[in-house]
Design a binder for this molecule. Sequence first.
Ligand SMILES: [Zn+2]
Length: 249
Amino acid sequence: MIPIKRPVAPPALEKNLTAKSKTLREESADTKKARDTWKNARAVRRDLKELLAGMAAGFVRCMYCGDSLGTDIDHFKPIARDPLSAFIWENHFLACSHCNSNKKRDQYPCDPSGECLLVDPCREDPYDHIRLSLPTGKYLGRTEKGKETIRVFGLSRPDLELGRAHAYIRCESMLRDWSTRIGSGREDVANTVLRALVVQPFADVLYAMIKKSYAPGAANLFEADVLAALKIVRDKVETQNVMNSFRNP
Ligand SMILES: [Zn+2]
């Protein structure tokens, strides 16, 4: 999981969302009513999906696992929990069917004060809550929220851990390759490598590498050539603000 930048919804979409929410409120919609209204709102769902796809990392990857294609619109706060938030823009995320339907479903854990215990990648940095071991690809909760997020979205699935570990190897290789091309004056080829690097699935791996490159022990964590390249790439990525801005280079 990486931070996702959520834009303001375009006026036409916002107008439709507001109208749908108003209808649900006026009808005091229950879960069934809200679900039916959602299912029938084809045009709104199409526009939402298009907007969410533009926010997702890489080539429309799931905003939770970062691996699979984002195919579903997930209601962060489930309709079963709050039917009236079915059409609230900030409540919509793009998820793969595994994260959405197989894992999260209607789960929405909260602490005793009612505070949600799931990381909202549009509002907070997942890195503050979830630690990633680069060599093993394992996620470890730094906070209660991080632990619950891993549990609810099933982010410790063996295929995801293996995928992240392999992504780490690819990132290291590509950083070395990028550095070699730059060193031999082939900036055009180097840029191709850089573009491929930032649109890979498991964007959380490169994101964690960038975060760790600032840590005091970074020199012990990375080979010197990888760290040197990472620091330069890091500045390029951060100048672009967020990694998903590399989606369509
Ligand atoms: Zn997913």
